[in-house]
Design a protein around this ligand. Structure first.
Ligand SMILES: Nc1ncnc2c1ncn2[C@@H]1O[C@H](COP(=O)(O)OP(=O)(O)OP(=O)(O)O)[C@@H](O)[C@H]1O
Length: 606
């Protein structure tokens, strides 16, 4: 097994080559179906190219016999001289060249298109999988499905299948040919091969197990790289560069150890095949020489026989390796199919003809909502949450860290299923809405805005991908983002993200607000940033938020006193329950209330 970078999930159980796993793996072939004509042409060319290869030793035998004064006689009685036979060989090789080119051409097309379709299907599946899936599986492991597992399948369609077909035909046709040349010698030859095959299979099994171990170790090293590079700020802030380097080195050492062990067996396998194979050839040649000496065989037949034997031997040797490849492919295709079989969120249901688009007013009603995260089912995060909001009202959620505020708003988007209770929007259970349509009416301004690599224009238009320039500019103006955008020489085309300029926290928030304004949702979720901005930036953000909240039902996870003061109702959350609710004035006057205490801590002291 090489260590070229394939990252397989160490948690995936090893797949044995059984009838069932084979049947399962073959399901990946449905992606080949659209290209079946090309595939069939490729297979025909492959068969033809195999046939020309198999004809070669036979004609060489005839050439040798012609050299020994036994010209080849055609069925019509014409005798072919050495020159003609040699020309025949040339023609065969020419055809072989043409067929091989065609086979590669067609198989490459099939594999490229098939792999594109599989990747596309996987990606579409990824983005429609429910959030809990991503919490239960590591992103690195998921992405390796779309890279290395699909790559494995690509190898199969472009190379392994052809190889497998060729080896098997060589084995079968070769055996038939040698039988035609000399039954006695063939039986002798065949008696020497089964033991080699059996031993090769045993070796193959062992190698496979070790190869899997190498891949697992490699996957672990890749996880370290991914995690630490993603969190490079944390690594540096904790000055853990050396610690991480050591961790990575230790993991690499394990990979090398596993790879060396696996390759020791591979080396053994190769030398075993060489010794076994050539030993077998020597035995067969010895027997053949005896037959020729006794006049029971011609030199030409012996030549053909020897060449076929080499072909057969090589294909037996190659089969061991192919067996391993087929297994990896089955494993890879099973992992891919497993993901494709995962249930998606019920998004993007096609609307039935004649039904008007969903209208949302924005009344929200939480009724006895209880919830635990699927990754920690025994830890109730929300317990019996009930509140209602009239359309257009502004609700502030406040409470200590970990109280469950973000969880409350995530449930409105239906990122998770409730453990108990109901959430109603406009008096209707959210589960009865079309998920895509419903989410289309909810806007969100998160605490940390994720800007995608690209222009500011693209980032704002993320709220409405078909927005016109005028709409985008208008949204940027309302979101108080226009001042800084227009100060950049490239304006809306300024590139942000990894390869572009870095926007400040306040600027990013205003882009997010412009994005939400463009989306124009009935319901708004605002997660205020805890980090304070300078007062000018704060004012710009605040004004933009006020503009955004106009005439919309808004739920704000509030950290700013100014927001809280303006809220129609404040819900104080603690330990997954609403412990107090009311307006700012009422709550702040209740001496021993949590709200009054929080206020003191959070605002007055600062
Ligand atoms: N994806 C998740 N999987 C499992 N547990 C989670 C997840 N997200 C949050 N939790 C847990 O749920 C509880 C509530 O978290 P939540 O983020 O809702 O709190 P919060 O009130 O918004 O806190 P903060 O103000 O710090 O953001 C916490 O104990 C947290 O550890």
């Amino acid at each position: 097994m090489n260590t070229s970078g394939s990252t397989l999930d160490p948690d995936v159980p090893k797949k044995k080559l059984t009838k069932e796993s084979f049947r399962q793996g073959l399901r990946i072939f449905r992606y080949v179906l659209p290209y079946r004509t090309k595939f069939i042409i490729g297979m025909v060319l492959l068969a033809l190219s195999s046939a020309t290869v198999m004809a070669f030793p036979w004609v060489i035998g005839k050439l040798t016999d012609a050299a020994n004064g036994r010209p080849f006689v055609l069925p019509n009685g014409d005798a072919l001289t050495i020159d003609y036979i040699a020309i025949g060989l040339f023609v065969i090789i020419l055809f072989q060249g043409v067929f091989s080119f065609g086979r590669i051409w067609f198989f490459t097309q099939v594999s490229e298109f098939t792999v594109r379709d599989i990747r596309q299907a996987l990606y579409r599946k990824f983005v429609t999988l429910p959030i809990p899936y991503f919490e239960k599986n590591r992103v690195g492991a998921i992405t390796s499905r779309i890279t290395s597992d699909v790559g494995q399948i690509q190898d199969t369609f472009s190379l392994t299948l052809a190889e497998l077909f060729r080896q098997i035909t060589t084995l079968i046709v070769g055996t038939v040919f040698i039988m035609m040349v000399s039954v006695k010698l063939s039986l002798f030859m065949l008696a020497t091969f089964p033991p080699i095959v059996l031993l090769a299979m045993f070796f193959g099994r062992k190698i496979r197990i070790l190869a899997k171990a190498t891949q697992d170790e490699l996957a672990k090293t890749n996880v370290i790289v991914e995690e630490t590079l993603q969190g490079i700020n944390t690594v540096k802030a904790f000055t853990n560069e050396q610690f991480e380097t050591n961790r990575y080195t230790a993991s690499l050492t394990n990979t090398v150890r596993a790879a060396l062990r696996s390759n020791r067996y591979r080396g053994g396998f190769v030398s075993f095949v060489i010794v076994g194979l050539f030993g077998g050839i020597i035995l067969v040649l010895w027997r053949a020489a005896t037959l020729v000496a006794a006049g029971q065989m011609t030199i030409g037949d012996l030549t053909s026989f020897a060449l076929y034997t080499i072909f057969i031997g090589a294909s037996v040797g190659g089969l061991g390796e192919l067996y391993g490849k087929v297994q990896s492919t089955l494993g890879a295709s099973e992992r891919i199919l497993e993901i494709l079989d995962e249930p998606s969120e019920p998004t993007h249901r096609p609307r039935m003809a004649g039904i008007a688009p969903l209208q949302v007013r924005g009344d929200i009603d939480y009724q006895n909502v209880a919830f635990s995260y699927p990754t920690r089912p025994d830890l109730p995060v929300l317990k019996d949450i009930s509140f209602d909001i009239q359309a257009g009202e502004k609700i502030a959620l406040v409470g200590p860290s970990g109280a469950g505020k973000s969880t409350i708003v995530q449930l409105l988007m239906q990122f998770y299923e409730l453990s108990a209770g109901k959430i109603l929007i406009d008096g209707r259970d959210v589960r009865l809405f079309d998920l895509t349509e419903l989410r289309g009416h909810i806007g969100i301004v998160p605490q940390e805005t994720l800007l995608f690599g690209g222009s500011i224009r693209e980032n704002i238009a993320y709220g409405k991908t078909d927005a016109t320039d005028a709409e985008i500019t208008e949204a940027a103006r309302k979101g108080n983002a226009w001042q800084f955008i227009s100060s950049f020489p490239e304006g809306l085309d300024t590139v942000v993200g990894e390869r572009g300029i870095k926007l400040s926290g306040g600027q990013r928030q205003r882009v997010a607000i412009a994005r939400a304004i463009l989306k124009n949702p009935a319901i708004l979720i605002l997660d205020e940033a805890t980090s304070s901005l300078d007062s000018e930036s704060e004012k710009l953000v605040q004004d933009a938020m006020d503009e955004l909240m106009k005439d919309r039902t808004s739920i704000i996870i509030a950290h700013r006193l100014s927001t809280i003061r303006k809220a129609d109702k404040i819900l104080v959350i603690d330990g997954g329950r609403i412990v107090e609710q009311g307006r700012h004035e009422e709550l702040s006057n209740s001496e021993n209330g949590l709200y009054a205490n929080l206020l003191k801590l959070q605002f007055e002291l600062s």
